[in-house]
Design a protein around this ligand. Structure first.
Ligand SMILES: Nc1ncnc2c1ncn2[C@@H]1O[C@H](COP(=O)(O)OP(=O)(O)O)[C@@H](O)[C@H]1O
Ligand SMILES: [Mg+2]
Length: 443
């Protein structure tokens, strides 16, 4: 069969690479893809933007594509799955209405509240009904979020109420376009974050391996927020007990709530969680797709056939399948372009990809393109190097050995991806009593 992956980033390279390993797949098409997908065996790029639904539909029909998987959020929120379904084509992802869970943070918070699912206390405002006196009666730190899609840049952790008010004013003044026409202001939560990603079929869920993302640009979690500078899987903060609570208190009621609300959810569902010191999970946000960069380490560990899992989901049969995981840990280090996350340089030649390809691990491409026989930078996040290892520290070493092969002008990356998991590993090895709720990991 032929499979189509929509998108062109690191997540889509990982999805295409994984799908191409399926014995059932003859060819994987990627629209538009990148230089990494172009070089992958059994994978072919097609130069169509993820937003161009008519041409994507025409492609899927012409090539007799049996399954389409949507990578990024924007086409999902714009209703690409509805368009494919209306044309009688199988497409894995949530409908436009279900994707509002990511497309509108205010919708998502109201949904959580209505269904009694734990999340930070909040209020949402438009310019017309903004209650400044209410904000002034709150305590800092406090979190201000543009409600719409803002590529990971629409959240301000305000350290004072003045800063919060300035952030609200900036959002209303159009800094994030329509995404900031509505804002959510919410309580600041303490704890450790985890990415909890599941596949859903409207009724049942299959939890994928857990992971943890690194949002800040610089080592030690400093500097501005980014789309994600690295990730690893599994996330030891999600112990067996925490996993069980997340499923019972968050995932199951969310899937049930969506179904009851008449918008059943099929696709990857990503819950961004804050896990408090006592193991209590709260929802920070939902994403309606696989995470990027979480997809890279999670899919590197997936041993099961992804196509079969997607098909089971489209047939409402996720209760009848299991996912098998490589027991090793995976660490993924993002290589970003100069200037990221603001205005980035692009068009610089990338050296060392062949040397990296000869080493263990895998380099996924994100913002890359091929021109005149060379691979050039072409976006904020350029590459993502994934290492595997029995210990997280081994996986980290393998990932950084790949990074050391690669060079381009202004390359930026963090040197400490997976530092939390490695600190736990070190304290466990030294026999130091670490917080009992945090030992082990799940998935
Ligand atoms: N209520 C909160 N308390 C503490 N930190 C938060 C809170 N909400 C968001 N954050 C931080 O801001 C980051 C981005 O927020 P999130 O809601 O995930 O939005 P997005 O991913 O769309 O930018 C989170 O990963 C987390 O680090
Ligand atoms: Mg997030």
């Amino acid at each position: 069969m032929k499979v189509l992956i929509v998108g062109g980033g690191g997540r889509e390279h990982a999805l295409a690479w994984k799908c191409a390993q399926s014995p059932r797949v003859r060819e994987v098409l990627v629209a538009p893809g990148n230089a990494g997908t172009a070089a992958e065996p059994r994978v072919r790029n097609v130069d169509i933007a993820a937003s161009d639904f008519p041409r994507l539909l025409e492609l899927a029909r012409r090539e007799a594509v049996a399954l389409t998987i949507i990578g990024p959020e924007a086409p999902l929120v714009a209703g690409i799955v509805d368009a494919f379904q209306a044309a009688g084509l199988r497409c894995f992802g949530p409908s436009r209405l279900a994707a509002r869970l990511e497309g509108s943070k205010s919708f998502s918070k109201d949904f959580l509240q209505r269904h009694g699912i734990p999340t930070a206390a909040y209020r949402s405002f438009t310019r017309g009904n903004f209650d400044r006196a209410w904000l002034r009666s709150q305590r800092a730190p406090i979190v201000v979020k543009a409600s719409g899609l803002a590529s990971g840049k629409g959240v301000v952790i305000a350290q004072s109420l003045d800063e919060a008010e300035a952030a609200v004013a900036e959002m209303f003044s159009g800094r994030f376009g329509d995404a900031g026409a509505e804002v959510v202001i919410e309580q600041f939560l303490q704890g450790e974050e985890a990415s909890f990603i599941v596949m859903a079929d409207g009724e049942h869920v299959l939890p994928l391996a857990t992971s943890q993302d690194h949002k800040r640009l610089q080592d030690g979690d400093l500097g501005p927020n980014t789309g994600g500078m690295g990730a690893y899987s599994p996330a030891p903060v999600v112990t067996g007990a925490v996993h069980e609570r997340v499923m019972r208190e968050i995932i199951t009621p969310s899937i049930r709530g969506l179904s009851r609300d008449g918008t059943p959810y099929t696709g990857f569902l990503y819950a961004g969680l804050m896990i408090a010191a006592d193991g209590t999970p709260m929802v920070l946000e939902f994403n309606c797709r696989f995470g990027d960069p979480e997809a890279q380490p999670v899919l590197a560990r997936l041993e099961s056939d992804l196509i079969s899992l997607c098909e089971a989901a489209l047939e409402g049969g996720l209760d009848r399948v299991e996912a098998h995981w490589d027991r090793r840990a995976a660490v993924a280090v993002v290589l970003a372009a100069a200037g990221y996350p603001d205005a980035v340089r692009s068009g610089d030649p990338i050296a060392g990809l062949d040397a990296a390809a000869g080493r263990p691990g895998k380099v996924f491409h994100a913002g890359t393109r091929r021109a005149h026989g060379r691979v050039l930078t072409s976006g904020g996040r350029v590459l993502c190097a994934v290492g595997l290892g029995d210990r997280v520290s081994d996986a980290q070493r393998q990932a950084y050995a790949l990074v050391d092969c690669i060079r381009y002008q202004g390359m930026q990356y963090r040197h400490d991806i997976a530092h939390r998991a490695i600190a736990r590993e070190l304290s466990a090895a030294a026999g130091r009593p670490i917080d009992a709720t945090r030992q082990g990991g799940h998935g």
